[in-house]
Design a protein around this ligand. Structure first.
Ligand SMILES: C[S@@+](CC[C@H](N)C(=O)[O-])C[C@H]1O[C@@H](n2cnc3c(N)ncnc32)[C@H](O)[C@@H]1O
Length: 381
């Protein structure tokens, strides 16, 4: 499978990379050996200014300032602890459960609208609190409950959207292909709907972090029973390892992690030494998505997600991979329309209005979540 996918994505890169760079920037810069070291976060900002000003036009200055400002968090309540007390405490801080607020709104929608939207499945089991738009309060650190588990998990609330979009149903077998450090794995378990959950990540040090998260939030009986399996394999091989197996697959790929790249030098993908790795990201992402689709049962669903704003890593990867699976494997994959989903959550998040496929949460000063791109696909039977 590797060769045709690699060839296809290389073709995509040829076309798209140039289309994104304005003509005035197409020059080859010579770096003198004496030139002072440029922090990777500065290189990231330069790169974003070049590509995203073209991609987002007038929206870019406001996204830029939001990305450079403090992000907002959500508190995902641990359902394995005393969730009702924890929810009451969070409400007393004036935070609100954006998941259940959205689902209550959905239930109030007129019947004729409901018929065209899928059921919320297990999503109402998730409770995630955020402060309202414009409220930049911070959550206090999570506390240990009497059961020895932490009471909530702090995460970018937009990271919950790919899990919600996956739309788990009771008894599903689920694969989380790139799972570490484990925020989305934890959310998948919190739905209470996974018959089996396979959580995988290539990096053993990062699966170590995932194990720690599970240890802090999930009772021993669940961790050590056969409901959760943690592995450290190359996700690109999953189609060969366990083809046609899972009802739902989450493919939350490595990406340019745009917010992180602007704030942290450590492990920054814009370091000069990682240029090649950065250029190869769309290829790796397409391989992982193809493997995730091959691991899905015919009739099953996949969500692809990144925390990057780059169309090249988002919709181009989705469109290119779907085309490749059709050509190389005669596997048909349909992108699902998530516009109803966007409508449900637009009080909490700012969405980019013009994605060709999938949805993109863009950072906004009064709702500083994301970036988070997610696209739901149906592998046709
Ligand atoms: C965006 S992070 C995943 C975040 C995670 N889903 C969460 O919510 O906490 C992407 C992950 O992909 C992993 N990764 C990179 N290449 C991989 C591969 N070939 N197979 C599986 N995982 C890979 C990285 O180690 C990294 O932990």
């Amino acid at each position: 499978m590797a060769a045709p996918i690699a060839r296809g994505v290389r073709e995509l890169l040829k076309v798209v990379d140039f289309a994104q760079v304005p003509r005035r920037h197409r020059y080859k810069k010579k770096w003198a050996t004496t030139e002072p070291k440029f922090p990777a976060s500065r290189l990231a900002l330069q790169n974003f200014d070049m590509t995203y000003s073209v991609q987002f036009g007038d929206l870019w200055p406001s996204i830029r300032v939001s990305l450079l400002s403090e992000q907002k968090y959500g508190a995902l309540v641990n359902n394995f602890g005393a969730w009702d007390n924890v929810s009451t405490n969070l409400e007393q801080l004036s935070a609100r459960d954006f998941v259940n607020e959205a689902i209550s709104r959905w239930e109030l929608e007129p019947k004729n609208d409901l018929s065209s939207t899928p059921s919320p499945g297990c999503s109402p089991n998730l409770r995630c609190f955020t402060f309202s738009r414009g409220d930049i309060s911070r959550f206090p650190p999570a506390r240990l409950s009497s059961l020895g588990l932490l009471d909530y998990y702090l995460m970018d609330a937009a990271s919950l959207l790919p899990v919600l979009a996956l739309g788990l149903q009771p008894g599903d077998t689920v694969l989380d292909l790139c799972a570490a450090p484990g925020g989305k794995t934890l959310a998948l378990l919190q739905t209470g709907c996974c018959r089996n959950l396979a959580a995988n990540d290539l990096s053993t040090s990062r699966t170590g972090r995932l194990q720690k998260v599970l240890h802090s939030y999930v009772p021993q009986a669940i961790r050590e029973g056969n409901q959760v399996r943690v592995t450290s394999w190359d996700g690109r091989k999953w189609g060969e390892l366990e083809g046609d197996t899972y009802d739902r697959v989450l493919v939350d790929v490595p990406c340019t992690t745009d917010r992180h790249s602007l704030h942290e030098e450590e492990n920054n993908i814009f370091q000069r030494s990682r240029k090649k790795e950065r250029q190869m990201l769309p290829m790796l992402q397409a391989h992982l998505l193809a493997a995730g689709l091959l691991a899905t049962k015919p009739g099953g669903h996949v969500v692809y997600s990144t925390c990057s704003l780059s169309h090249l890593q988002n919709e181009y990867v989705v469109q290119g991979t779907i085309e490749l699976l059709a050509n190389q494997y005669s596997i048909k994959v349909q992108v699902e329309d998530l516009s109803h989903f966007r409508k449900l959550f637009m009080d909490t998040f700012s969405f980019f209005p013009s994605c060709q496929v999938g949805e993109l949460v863009i950072p906004n000063l009064i709702a500083n979540f994301g970036p988070m791109y997610f696209c739901k696909m149906h592998r046709l039977p």
